[in-house]
Design a protein around this ligand. Structure first.
Ligand code: HEC
Length: 131
């Protein structure tokens, strides 16, 4: 009798293990979503010493930043990665140059290692209206 239960138990464990596998694979697919950059954490680490989403601080409030760049994310991402270079290549009358002059010629630090996905996550946090 005990032997029978034992066999039954082993078979069910095997069954569960075999069934569990496809689930594990499905979970791996969602891990990439879970490890998507944490915009809030990145914003707090790299940007919040000078920026607040809704209030001007050392730098401008970020909430409407994308609009001010005419939704040109290529230029905006380049500015975030290296503002000095962006101002230099855009010219004296460009928006980046005007921005720099307006904000007391404070040079924003460069963030060359931030990926597009990270910047996108940072801006998604920095431009939302609810905190
Ligand atoms: C040391 C202070 C400082 C830090 C840290 C900083 N910034 Fe800035 N940022 C500025 C200043 C000052 C400006 C205004 C432009 C200038 O002076 O070049 C600016 C401008 C900007 C703009 C353009 C805003 C507009 O109105 O068009 C964006 C977007 C921006 N910063 C994003 C970021 C992000 C994202 C981070 C973090 C990864 C960051 N900044 C970190 C100081 C800072």
């Amino acid at each position: 009798m005990t032997r029978k239960i034992h066999i039954l138990l082993c078979t069910s464990i095997l069954f569960v293990a075999a069934c569990g596998e496809p689930h594990q694979n499905a979970d791996q697919g969602s891990t990439s979503r879970q490890t998507a950059p944490d915009g809030k954490a990145l914003y707090m680490t790299y940007c919040s010493s000078c920026h607040n989403p809704v209030k001007d601080a050392t730098g401008p409030a970020t909430i409407d930043a994308i609009t001010r760049w005419g939704h040109d994310t290529t230029k905006l991402y380049a500015f975030i990665r290296n503002s000095t270079e962006s101002i230099k290549t855009s010219g004296d009358n460009s928006y980046p140059a005007q921005l720099y002059n307006k904000w007391g010629k404070i040079t924003m630090p460069s963030f060359p290692s931030l990926t597009d996905a990270q910047i996108s996550a940072i801006l998604a946090y920095g431009t939302q209206r609810q905190f």
